[in-house]
Design a protein around this ligand. Structure first.
Ligand code: M6R
Length: 362
């Protein structure tokens, strides 16, 4: 049932190209410069978006914030559901609350949906499991179509959630008139290519295995990224700590100077998301700061970027895509890094200690 793979997690990592095809394929409408999501909600009816989720789904929501801001120019708040449900969010009839969940059963996420509904918000689930509890309480559901995910560490559901958030951003951007036909068409063309790019990202596994081998004895890891790659850093750190039990922290790279830089020494591997973006130079400066203090830098960079080799000891290349979609291809080497490290340490990859696949109690 693992299709020849030693673990479900690895199988699910390798399923990502066709999963993305499922999430995106039938929904892209290049001729109309839009997407067909089959939703009843009116994408022009809202003046703000609240995104609620937990764990990896929360990081997908954080990426979603940048996508919505860029393409739909709408104010977005993202919260971990366990915080949202106990605060007093300002919600009204023009709020769209989006709940993201693989299982559709996470209790905090469900309660956050109820909280938003009490304030009068419309609710949309971005969900994997058909007919799950959250889908029964939201006004509408956009299924991510990732297929069953067995590994406790979420992988294919994450990249599918990112794809779904990109679709929602196009859906809203077109309806709100903030995304032109030409811009939409070029973004849709990038989305169309994503499954193939993820397939190419998977080919980097030997390079990732080499990095894992080099650093699997580390006690701590630091992950850094800026803008839409900040959540990628957090997701990379979460994946590593969940299954390898190595302590890992993530920061938006610009925050490094405000504290975490004190951690850096020659024993600390620092993974830096340095893919092509308008903030590339700033990220390279952060890499130099890490190096100046003896830190070991593993850069995730865009194929063809030779310059980065001058600064980073190890480079994991990912295929070029729109900077807004770089989190999708960049998730792959970070998933593989967590996987290879956990295997080297003899961890129970599919069933990490203390964790459950769906968290239905608070
Ligand atoms: O089923 P959900 O997407 O609502 O689950 C949310 C989190 O519990 C989940 O993403 C968790 O953080 C994973 N173990 C991450 O790999």
């Amino acid at each position: 049932e693992k299709g020849g793979y030693p673990h479900y997690m690895l199988k699910e990592i390798y399923e990502q190209p066709w999963v993305l095809e499922n999430t995106l394929g039938g929904r892209l409408r290049e001729e109309e410069a839009g997407v067909e999501l089959g939703l009843r909600l009116d994408p022009a009816a809202f003046d703000k978006v609240h995104i609620v989720a937990c764990g990896t789904a929360y990081y997908a929501g954080w990426v979603g914030k940048y996508l919505l801001e860029a393409l739909a120019r709408i104010p977005v708040e993202v919260d971990v559901a366990s915080e949202y449900r106990y605060r007093n969010p300002v919600v009204d009839g023009k709020t769209l609350a989006i709940a993201i969940s693989q299982s559709g059963e996470t209790i905090d996420t469900l309660e956050a949906v109820r909280q938003a509904k009490r304030g009068g918000a419309s609710t949309l689930g971005v969900i994997n499991a058909k007919g799950s509890s959250i889908t029964r309480e939201t006004d509408d559901t956009l299924y991510i179509h990732a297929g069953p995910e067995i590994g406790v560490a979420s992988t294919k559901a994450y990249t599918a959630m990112l794809g779904a958030m990109a679709l929602i951003a196009v859906w809203m951007g077109r309806a709100r008139g903030t995304l032109s036909q030409a811009e939409a068409r070029s973004f849709l063309a990038e989305l169309r290519k994503l499954p193939r790019l993820v397939e190419r990202a998977l080919e980097m596994r030997p390079a990732v295995a080499h990095v894992a081998e080099k650093y699997h004895q580390a006690v701590d890891y630091l992950f850094l990224g800026r803008h839409i790659q900040a959540p990628t850093a957090y997701e990379g750190a979460l994946k590593l700590k969940e299954i390898s039990y190595i302590h890992a922290e993530a920061y938006p790279a610009g925050e490094m100077k405000h504290g975490p830089i004190a951690l850096i020494d020659e024993r600390l591997p620092v993974v830096v998301l340095a893919t092509e973006s308008p903030l590339y130079e700033k990220t390279v400066s952060n890499i130099q700061e890490v190096r100046a203090r003896g830190g070991r830098v593993i850069a995730v960079a865009t194929e063809g970027d030779q310059e980065i080799r001058k600064f980073a000891q190890d480079v994991l290349y990912v295929p070029k895509t729109s900077p807004l979609l770089a989190p999708v291809v960049s998730a792959v080497p970070l998933q593989l890094l967590a996987y290879e490290t956990a295997v080297l340490l003899g961890r129970d990859v599919d069933q990490p200690r203390n964790l459950a696949k769906s968290v239905t109690v608070e």
